[in-house]
Design a protein around this ligand. Structure first.
Ligand code: PGA
Length: 251
């Protein structure tokens, strides 16, 4: 399945978020979308207005950028998967490198969140990726697989087909530095083979993230094991996001 997700991160007021969404919806005719699954991930506070503003539009799914693994209780400042589902959110980004880097999330935390998300019928978009030192040391394939293996541990091939994997090399996120199409393809093919060998999962979407924009996406999307993108900066510019959907549809 082709998938393009926009991670809005901690940006925009309610009004700005609504304006961005309106511009995106306007630009995404059924023809542009084609067989691409389009997802937007606004900040928590914007979720209800984005979900309900889209009531009539079947083309776009809505994701949260995080969720807590516990059912509920004394976790000040957190939002549970049950709450996200109750708000009619479709998916949740888990283990983003910024969550790992700034909030200390571990692979085991991500694993707990993936299970909780699946329990509440949310599609987990599971992020993995290596730092520059791991790439330079040549251990990046094994290192990223170790992250993903832990995050998905204990799941069956069946529940895995409900998950999306986002490969995001950390050295490429928000840096303007983008993986080459060959680097993306190498990792995606490796992860796909490992997922099949370990979990028997062979129909998972694996998307690329990291400074992906209309000027560099075409070649990346053309790679056989790249099923789409997780887009940060360029997802805040409606025209760029729409252009990326178009490119992916044509890929
Ligand atoms: P970027 O972010 O496109 O701004 O590099 C990608 C992401 O963090 O998901």
């Amino acid at each position: 399945m082709k998938l393009l997700a926009g991670n809005w991160k901690m940006n925009n007021s309610l009004e700005e978020g609504a304006d961005l969404m309106e511009a995106i919806v306007e630009g995404l005719s059924a023809q542009v979308v084609g067989d691409v699954r389009v997802v937007v991930a606004p900040p928590f506070l914007q979720l209800p207005q984005i979900v309900h503003g889209l009531w009539e539009n079947a083309h776009i799914a809505v994701a949260a950028q995080n969720g807590h693994a516990a059912e509920g209780g004394a976790y000040t400042g957190e939002v549970s998967m049950a709450m996200l589902r109750d708000a009619e959110v479709d998916a949740v980004i888990l283990g983003h490198s910024e969550r790992r880097q700034f909030f200390g999330e571990t692979d085991q935390d991500v694993a707990d969140k993936v299970k909780a998300a699946l329990k509440h019928q949310l599609i987990p978009i599971v992020c993995v990726g290596e730092v520059l030192a791991q790439r330079q040391a040549g251990t990046y394939l094994e290192d990223v697989w170790a992250q993903l293996h832990t995050a998905l541990n204990g799941l069956s091939g069946d529940s895995l087909s409900d998950c999306v994997i986002a490969y995001e090399p950390i050295w490429a996120i928000g840096t303007g530095e983008v993986a080459t199409p060959a680097q993306a393809q190498e990792m995606h093919a490796y992860l796909r083979a490992q997922l099949k060998a370990t979990f028997g999962a062979d129909d998972m979407s694996i998307v690329y993230g990291g400074s992906c924009k209309p000027s560099n996406a075409e070649e990346i999307f053309a790679q056989p094991d790249v099923d789409g993108g997780l887009i940060g900066g360029a997802s805040l510019v409606a025209d760029d996001f729409i252009a990326l959907v178009k490119l992916l549809n044509q890929a």
